[in-house]
Design a protein around this ligand. Structure first.
Ligand SMILES: NC(=O)c1ccc[n+]([C@@H]2O[C@H](COP(=O)([O-])OP(=O)(O)OC[C@H]3O[C@@H](n4cnc5c(N)ncnc54)[C@H](OP(=O)(O)O)[C@@H]3O)[C@@H](O)[C@H]2O)c1
Length: 194
């Protein structure tokens, strides 16, 4: 069966066969990505970007990120939702909610690749524990990061992308910030693993 061409361009460094593993998150200037099980901001432009990039692709998340999604919005539509948990009872509940349970990040990636169909990318969408493991194990080759011109209190942090291992491939705007309708400054950055 032939694969349909990717709907969005790959980075120049990426091989044309896939799917490829990307991470996607939004962070404040101080690295905060979450507070008390939720995200401490509301930026519609970032939500739209998340939907545009991930729609049609399998998404992988930790159980706490799944729990953070309002019940009426989960599973996220148009995407196979793969949820990582160590707990068997939770796995059964996830399957009843039409999510795909996985017992490790590696298993989640295999399940996602098997379900990618024509999607050229699989997205790891959090939270902090899963990003940290993905970076440590060098599972992803790309990171799509939204930065907010904001410092907030939180309890969950973005992984550190070491400059020896990751380089900035694209930024929008190239410098400074766009201003959200919420009034918050934001910029979209894409990093690739060297
Ligand atoms: N700003 C953003 O872009 C963004 C994106 C996503 C999430 N968030 C925020 O991040 C926070 C959640 O992140 P978090 O770090 O607390 O939790 P998380 O990474 O979403 O989920 C952690 C859970 O995943 C399971 N897990 C983790 N590693 C595992 C492994 N190696 N094998 C098997 N299961 C594993 C465990 O589930 P069990 O306990 O069920 O075993 C663990 O409790 C929330 O505040 C959320 O709003 C922010």
């Amino acid at each position: 069966m032939s694969r349909t061409p990717p709907s969005r361009p790959l980075l120049p460094s990426e091989p044309t066969t896939g799917p490829h593993i990307g991470m996607i998150w939004a962070q404040a200037r101080n690295g905060v990505i979450g507070a008390a099980g939720t995200m401490p901001w509301h930026v519609p432009e970032d939500m739209a970007r998340f939907r545009n990039l991930t729609h049609g692709s399998p998404v992988i998340m930790g159980r706490k990120t799944w729990d953070s999604l309002p019940e009426r919005f989960r599973p996220l539509p148009g995407r196979t939702n793969i949820v990582i948990t160590r707990d068997d009872a939770t796995s059964r509940e996830l399957a009843e909610e039409s999510a795909v349970p996985a017992s490790s990040l590696e298993e989640a990636v295999e399940l996602a690749k098997a379900r990618a169909e024509s999607a050229h990318r699989v997205w790891i969408m959090g939270g902090g524990a899963i990003y940290a493991e993905a970076v440590e194990k060098e599972i992803a080759g790309l990171a799509s990061v939204t930065r907010f011109d904001l410092e907030v209190d939180g309890d969950t942090y973005a992984p550190v992308l070491e400059p020896q291992q990751w380089e900035l491939a694209a930024a929008e705007p190239a410098s400074g910030w766009s201003i959200s309708e919420s009034g918050i400054g934001y910029r979209f950055e894409t990093y690739q693993r060297i």
